[in-house]
Design a binder for this molecule. Structure first.
Ligand code: ATP
Ligand code: MG
Length: 283
């Protein structure tokens, strides 16, 4: 299957002045495939978020990307102008971040936030957008979607807010979803629900997902493929089974050794795509 997003020899440099530039991503390659979740693991500062930000064209001021990021086999994102990028972001590439509140406007109803993007990007009428907004909330399993449309973000729990942020990310039917630490800020009791949702969405909607997380427990629960980053490079990549059961790189082994018990309890669970491994206490 061809990649929904093909990253080739991506380099990212940050820093405002020439003399103080640092390379934080040093030539990585990754393929995101429809229906699959590609995990990106690694210690803090290894360049995971900057990789996602480079795909989104949202690097910090002065940041530059080089190499190639090919979307849908036809659209080169590296070097794309801002105006064109705005049509890609939100429409062809959806995004979900650690803090759902950051992607939700506090003073606009959930219904309007969902509908606005669809009206702008898809040209839907107000009524069409409203209908689809309710469908999307049902899809991400927000209870009573019709009522939820009229509410404001603060009227929902953290887990529900993240579901709403996911609904917004999916509103324009993107080919690719980038999720950067989507469960890190959430109570452990709701993390598993969000992970299952991402798993189901990838499978059912043929979404190509990049799941960025430093949490190997999260990774072992839902990623199909895992890449391990360190110091701006991918030191090892493979299927979830390869990485967790037969790690080759010493750094991957180090990460696994530091992981609290989870590798045993999660990896032996059912294969990704079916009802995913989920420890009882995480429900
Ligand atoms: N806004 C910024 N300005 C300058 N440097 C930055 C900025 N954001 C990140 N960096 C630097 O870029 C490097 C990669 O950071 P990145 O945020 O990609 O790490 P990460 O792997 O996502 O880590 P974490 O697990 O902590 O989120 C780090 O050295 C970091 O200090
Ligand atoms: Mg990060």
């Amino acid at each position: 299957m061809s990649a929904a997003l093909a990253i080739r020899d991506l380099h990212v440099e940050l820093g405002q002045s020439r003399s103080r530039r640092t390379e934080v991503v040093k030539g990585i390659s990754l393929d995101l495939v429809p229906g699959r979740i590609q995990g990106l693991a690694g210690e803090s500062g290894s360049g995971k978020s900057m990789t996602a930000m480079a795909v989104l064209g949202l690097l910090p001021a002065g940041g530059t990307a080089s190499g190639s990021i090919l979307l849908g086999g036809d659209t080169e994102l590296v070097g794309m102008a801002g105006r064109a990028y705005r049509k890609v972001r939100g429409k062809r590439v959806g995004m979900v971040f650690q803090d759902p509140s950051a992607s939700l406007h506090p003073q606009i109803t959930v219904g309007s936030q969902l509908a606005d993007g669809m009206r702008a990007h898809l040209g839907l009428s107000r009524a069409e957008a409203r209908t689809r907004a309710a469908e999307l909330l049902a899809l991400v399993r927000v209870p009573e979607p019709e009522e939820a449309l009229r509410k404001y973000p603060h009227q929902f729990s953290g887990g529900q807010r993240q579901r709403i942020a996911i609904a917004i990310a999916l509103a324009c039917e993107p080919e690719v979803l980038l999720a950067d630490e989507p469960t890190t800020a959430l109570d452990v009791t709701v993390q598993a629900g969000i992970l299952h949702l991402l798993r189901d969405l990838a499978t059912e909607r043929d979404l190509a997902v990049l799941l960025v997380t430093h949490d190997l427990g999260v990774m072992s629960a839902i990623a199909d493929e895992v890449a391990v980053m360190r110091g701006g490079l991918i030191v090892e990549s493979g299927t979830r089974q390869q990485i967790f059961q037969d790690p080759q790189h010493p750094y991957t082994r180090e990460l696994l050794d530091a992981m609290p018990d989870a590798q045993d309890s999660l990896v032996d669970g059912p294969a990704a795509g079916s009802t995913t491994a989920e420890p009882e206490e995480n429900r």
